[in-house]
Design a binder for this molecule. Structure first.
Ligand SMILES: [Fe+2]
Ligand SMILES: [Fe+2]
Ligand SMILES: [Fe+2]
Length: 322
């Protein structure tokens, strides 16, 4: 465990560096499977930005005197900020790719916000302003993805038989359900390490909402007459995001937990953005309505978690510095 603020800062920079290395790999792959030239271009642009970000973070590490071997080692370790398995998920459709990328950008955004707070506490203005600048780039990338969810749905359904839309919709509902299951595990585990009591309460409240989301999705599937095996297939996909992996990765800090929860709410949000659009195309207004109202709760949870970043980090620092 790093003790001084300075050591924590170096550790966090190392984590962020490994996030960028993962991001470069993902952006390269994303260009190829985006499913649409405009989407591919969005990933291409961010690949360039990500390469610059990686260099800037590496440079800060060197200025702070971290050994290059340490930088390299840490990057190779799964763990990293404790959210790195997000990168292990292999999205195979434009929809999953976009949802995954959208969430990843929010994870980066959280990591840089935490870095900025930490750097300020350590009186390292230069690292703090670098973090703020990169955070703005991650936010802008997330926004570009958000602006293109229509196109993502278009690209996802383009090559499929139009008569198959009902079947596709069932799949989107089942995927959303699988994410909700992972969310239950995350929120339950999160309550144990939240540290910050308001954050813990947030997790408790959202756990109740999450159970409600699950029920609503089950009702929609049932009303549509979808086979229960749908849920089993989807569970396999979501286990790649396993909340279990997060808690197994390393004894984690409230700051990272808040960042991970924030990213997780955004993969859910993306899922509902897509689900609503697919449901509308399939003429299933009830499912579209359900997606819309669940989406509001996911977005509100994300916002409330973000408001706890500072405090969660303060708890983490108090626990570590002694
Ligand atoms: Fe980045
Ligand atoms: Fe990014
Ligand atoms: Fe949620």
């Amino acid at each position: 465990m790093p003790n001084t603020l300075q050591e924590q800062l170096v550790k966090h920079l190392t984590d962020v560096h490994s996030i960028e290395e993962q991001a470069i790999v993902q952006m390269r792959r994303a260009r190829r499977i985006a499913g649409d030239p405009k989407l591919a271009h969005i990933f291409e642009l961010h690949l360039g930005e990500t390469e610059v970000q990686e260099g800037r973070v590496r440079n800060r590490l060197q200025v702070l005197g971290a050994e290059p071997s340490r930088v390299k080692d840490a990057a190779g370790k799964a763990g990293g900020i404790g959210m790195i398995w997000f990168a292990k998920l292999n999205p195979d459709t434009p929809g999953k790719l976009a949802a995954h990328a959208y969430s990843y950008e929010h994870m980066e955004l959280a990591a840089y916000q935490l870095l900025e707070h930490l750097a300020k506490r350590a009186d390292d203005e230069e690292t703090a302003s670098m973090a703020a600048e990169i955070a703005a780039e991650e936010a802008a990338m997330a926004e570009r993805l958000e602006d293109n969810f229509d196109l993502v749905v278009e690209a996802s359904l383009r090559d499929l038989d139009p008569d198959d839309i009902g079947n596709q919709l069932d799949k989107y509902i089942a995927d959303a359900h699988a994410l909700e299951n992972q969310s239950v595990a995350l929120l339950q585990g999160g309550q144990r390490i939240a540290g910050d009591p308001p954050l813990k309460r947030l997790f408790e409240d959202h756990l109740a909402e999450t159970r409600g989301h699950k029920r609503r999705l089950e009702e929609r599937l049932e009303a549509r007459g979808a086979a229960p095996s749908r849920l089993r297939d989807a569970a396999l996909y979501a286990s790649g995001l396993g909340a279990g992996g997060f808690f197994a990765a390393q004894p984690d800090t409230p700051g990272k937990l808040a960042g991970f929860a924030f990213a997780f709410e955004h993969i859910e949000a993306a899922g509902y953005e897509l689900l609503r659009r697919v449901a509308e195309r399939a003429g299933d207004s009830e499912t579209a309505e359900a997606a819309k109202s669940i989406l509001l709760e996911e977005r509100s949870m994300a916002k409330r978690v973000r408001e706890r970043f500072d405090e969660a980090l303060a708890v983490a620092i108090a626990d570590n510095v002694g």
